[in-house]
Structure formats: structure tokens, C-alpha cells
Design a protein around this ligand. Structure first.
Ligand SMILES: [Zn+2]
Length: 302
């Protein structure tokens, strides 16, 4: 029985993540346009995880509307569907393509900085480690540096976690986050590799916010998922200012911000101390006003 429990805990999270990648590859094989395939796969993944939340929630109370569900959907449409899939990925990959076609791109490729000869999975791991270092420090600064927190607080505003929390970000926050791939572009990584890293980040993001009772088992020490990310959304600052990794927890381990407390239940009280209007326009405008104000105050929380 113990063996079965351990096997379940060891396999269920990778199996769920693997099923999202499988879904994406099936849809990609049916559609000619990769960005359209990604957008449809992302929507299907959201729909599937939403159904799972209904049948197998981690926190049943979070199934009820908190008054922010419509805003979660609209902010997801703005920040993820539009900006991530159609604007940011397109723009970023267009820029990568332009760069690689340019003289500068040819010169960078000539330097041989990116190890194109490595097996593709090793390149993915290396790329993930590299952009994750940026994601880590951007996310940490977004919690500790007040001008950035003004925008990131929109993501932490709701009092419940569910699959559509993933995309509820202020567009300034989600755009700055994308700068994490600049080092890869500068090193001459391929368009395909960067695209795959963004897709991995998108799907791991969904799993880390979805309110489903799927344990991560030992994978919680390696990857970001609901087990780690729920602490990150805690309303208590000493718990919330932890677990900054988007995909991997390695930099949290190295920089001392990894947090788990197996002796306690993961927090149900989540949210942020920053007051924001409840309406969508207010949540897009107020961070800009708070940003201006923050520049005339002490810039750091600690
Ligand atoms: Zn955060």
C-alpha cells in the first residue's frame, strides 16, 4: 500500500505535465501555425484543469467565485492570450528571427556561444536554467522592490488560487518577465528552443496555480508547482516572499528562498496587503499611480 502511495506521488505530477505537452504536440501536428496551436492547446489545458478543479480540488472553498473571476479571465486574455501568445511570443520570436537573419546575428552565431551541437534536451535544460535565473531575480525584485511590486501585486490580489490566476498579471509585469529570454537571444539560441522554453513555462505556470489535489511528491524540490507556489501566494510576507522559481526551484535552493513546511498545512489565506480597486480598469491604472508614488518613497521593502 505504501509502495502504491509512493508510486502515485512520484508519477502523478509528471504525468499531468506530460499530458499537457502531449496535448500541445497533438494540436501542433494538426495545425500549420505554431502560435495558433499553442493558443488552442493553452485554452484546452485551462478547460481540462478547470474541470479537474471541480472534481478534485485541493481547497474546496476556492471553487466559489471571489468577485475577481471575470477580472482573472480578462487579465488572462490581455496578458497571456493576447500579449503572451500573440504579441510577446510573436514579437520575441520575430525579433529572434530578425536578429539571426541580420549581420549581427550571423556574427553571434559565428562566435559559437550557444552549444547548438548539444543534444536538444540538454540545450532545453541549459536554456531553462539560464532564463530561470532571470525569472528568479525578476520575480524576487518584484516582491522586494516597491516600484515593481506595484505591478506584480495585481497577480497576488485574489484571495483564492485557481487555474486562471496564472494569467492575471498587469501587462507591465508580464512584459518585463519576458525579458528573461534576452540572454538566450544574445547567445544565439534557436527560435525553436526559445519557443519550447516559453511553452514549458506556460504549462508549468498553469499547474502551479490550479486548485487541484495533485501531490508533487519529491518533484517539489526540483520544479515549481502548487506545492511550492501556494506558499508563495500566502498573505504572510515571510511565507509569500519565498519560492520565486517559475519552472525550477534550483535558484531558490541556491539563494536561500526555498520554503516548505511539511509540519503545517499549506496556507489557505492568500492574497496581498496592497489595496487595489476591484474593477479591471482600476487594477490596470492603479499600479501606474502607485509606481509613480513609490519613486518618492523608500524603494525597498527590506
Ligand atoms: Zn509573486
Amino acid at each position: 500500500m505504501l509502495f502504491l502511495q509512493y508510486t502515485y506521488r512520484f508519477t502523478v505530477w509528471p504525468a499531468l505535465l506530460g499530458s499537457l505537452f502531449l496535448l500541445h504536440s497533438i494540436i501542433t501536428s494538426m495545425l500549420p501555425h505554431s502560435n495558433m496551436a499553442f493558443s488552442i492547446a493553452y485554452m484546452c489545458a485551462i478547460a481540462g484543469l478547470y474541470v479537474l478543479e471541480r472534481f478534485h480540488p485541493q481547497v474546496p472553498e476556492w471553487l466559489s467565485d471571489d468577485g475577481q473571476s471575470i477580472n482573472d479571465v480578462l487579465l488572462t486574455l490581455i496578458s497571456k492570450t493576447f500579449s503572451y501568445a500573440f504579441l510577446q511570443i510573436n514579437l520575441v520570436l520575430f525579433a529572434v528571427q530578425k536578429l539571426s537573419d541580420s549581420q549581427l546575428g550571423a556574427r553571434i552565431a559565428g562566435w559559437g556561444l550557444w552549444p547548438h551541437q548539444w543534444p536538444y534536451t540538454v540545450q532545453i535544460a541549459a536554456g531553462l536554467l539560464m532564463c530561470e535565473l532571470f525569472f528568479y531575480w525578476y520575480h524576487r525584485l518584484a516582491h522586494e522592490f516597491k516600484p515593481l511590486w506595484c505591478f506584480h501585486a495585481v497577480h497576488h490580489f485574489p484571495k483564492r488560487l485557481w487555474v486562471l490566476n496564472t494569467g492575471r498579471s498587469h501587462i507591465v509585469d508580464s512584459t518585463l518577465f519576458m525579458a528573461g529570454i534576452i540572454p538566450l537571444v544574445a547567445l544565439g539560441a534557436s527560435r525553436e528552443l526559445i519557443s519550447d522554453l516559453l511553452i514549458i513555462t506556460a504549462f508549468i505556470g498553469l499547474l502551479s496555480h490550479a486548485n487541484i489535489a495533485v501531490p508533487m511528491g519529491p518533484w517539489r524540490y526540483v520544479f515549481n508547482g502548487a506545492d511550492n507556489h501556494r506558499w508563495h501566494h500566502s498573505v504572510k510576507m515571510d511565507e509569500g516572499n519565498r519560492n520565486y522559481g517559475q519552472n525550477l526551484m534550483v535558484w531558490d535552493h541556491i539563494f536561500g528562498s526555498y520554503y516548505q513546511d511539511p509540519s503545517r498545512m499549506r496556507p489557505k489565506r492568500i492574497g496581498s496587503s496592497l489595496k487595489l480597486p476591484k474593477d479591471l480598469i482600476g487594477q490596470l491604472r492603479e499600479p501606474v499611480a502607485a509606481f509613480r508614488k513609490s519613486l518618492s518613497q523608500p524603494l525597498w521593502y527590506k
